[in-house]
Design a protein around this ligand. Structure first.
Ligand SMILES: [Zn+2]
Ligand SMILES: [Zn+2]
Ligand SMILES: [Zn+2]
Ligand SMILES: [Zn+2]
Ligand SMILES: [Zn+2]
Length: 327
């Protein structure tokens, strides 16, 4: 097969042509003119260019050559396509995903919303949920490197609470925090809160742990959806399939670490919104208290919580145990 049809990283991973990095191993790529189609390579970055170009569209270095460079901007010289006109109206054509115009050298932006599932938390270009590295900037595409301590802490909490790993994947993304039931393992955390907290240099530690734990609760529930239909679960939490607008979890609601006095039959005010939130909140308290029911129940007692709250924790506890025993 022609290697141009099936470009791969040295690690073996299939790549899209002109991705600067491999999304699987992060290795930097150099897209040379090996098949001698476009006719030239940039003296600075080594990537394939046309001798007609004035600027390298990849690294923006001037590559003007009196003998070969076009006198006027062209649409698509040999070896290149015109996917769009230059953003700046210089009259030349640009090919996706050129970051710069080969004719006037100015920065180009591409709308990649339809091609990728999300945006890189480092460079804001398109990335897919499964990518470990951003194909554009080569940084951690999940954004987990921005909250390493929180990720470690949550992992430890799950472990000491004896909650077996169900393959969840935490991603920092712009927009909202939440879990899409269509992708139960993907847990999205609103990245703006994290960057804002970092700028102020005061990461609201328990809040971040609380938010991640709450979202993990949604993921856990979607992953064990059959259990959510069981009689015991439904008696404790109610009908989880009840109509509900998802993905609307606000950061501010998960600051509270202590069990609230009200409402009496839910662990927190937020939990009273919907059975799914009720479960996510119960899950949050369960794992942030390391699955220690005795301590939790003592607190429930001092807050005069109703019997249903105890039962919710017991339902979760028994299920977590049964999963562990089953393993
Ligand atoms: Zn690779
Ligand atoms: Zn270059
Ligand atoms: Zn231009
Ligand atoms: Zn990036
Ligand atoms: Zn929620």
């Amino acid at each position: 097969m022609n290697p141009l049809d099936d470009p791969r990283c040295q690690c073996g991973y299939p790549l899209q042509r002109f991705w600067p990095h491999c999304p699987d191993c992060g290795r930097a790529q150099v897209w040379r003119d090996t098949a001698e189609i476009s006719g030239d390579s940039c003296h600075h970055c080594g990537w394939a260019i046309s001798p007609k170009f004035t600027y390298c569209p990849w690294c923006a270095t001037m590559v003007y050559d009196e003998r070969f460079s076009a006198k006027e901007p062209l649409k698509a010289p040999k070896g290149f396509r015109m996917d769009a006109k230059c953003d700046w109206g210089c009259g030349g054509g640009v090919q996706y995903p050129m970051p710069n115009c080969p004719w006037c050298g100015r920065r180009q932006t591409w709308n990649e919303d339809a091609q990728f599932e999300g945006d890189c938390p480092h460079c804001a270009r398109g990335v897919d949920d499964w990518m470990d590295y951003c194909p554009w900037c080569g940084e951690d595409a999940t954004g987990r490197d921005l909250i390493p301590k929180a990720i470690r802490q949550v992992r430890r909490l799950l472990k000491v609470s004896a909650v077996a790993d169900w393959g969840y994947r935490i991603l920092l993304r712009p927009g909202v925090s939440g879990v899409d039931p269509k992708y139960p393992k993907v847990v999205e955390i609103e990245q703006r809160y994290v960057t804002r907290a970092r700028r102020r240099d005061e990461i609201p530690w328990p809040t971040l742990i609380g938010l991640v734990s709450h979202e993990l609760g949604h993921s856990f529930l979607y992953h064990h959806w059959h259990w959510a239909q069981s009689r015991r679960f439904q008696r404790a939490f109610g009908e989880v399939r009840k109509a509900y607008r998802i993905n609307d979890d606000a950061w501010v609601d998960f600051q509270r670490r202590r069990v609230a006095n009200r409402p009496v039959n839910h662990v927190s005010g937020y939990a009273a919104r919907h059975p799914q939130e009720d479960f996510a909140e119960t899950f949050r308290y369960y794992i942030t208290r390391r699955g220690r029911l005795r301590e939790l129940f003592a607190e429930l007692g001092s807050k005069r919580k109703g019997v249903p709250v105890y039962e919710k924790f017991l339902v979760l506890h028994d299920y977590v145990r049964s999963l562990r025993d089953w393993r």
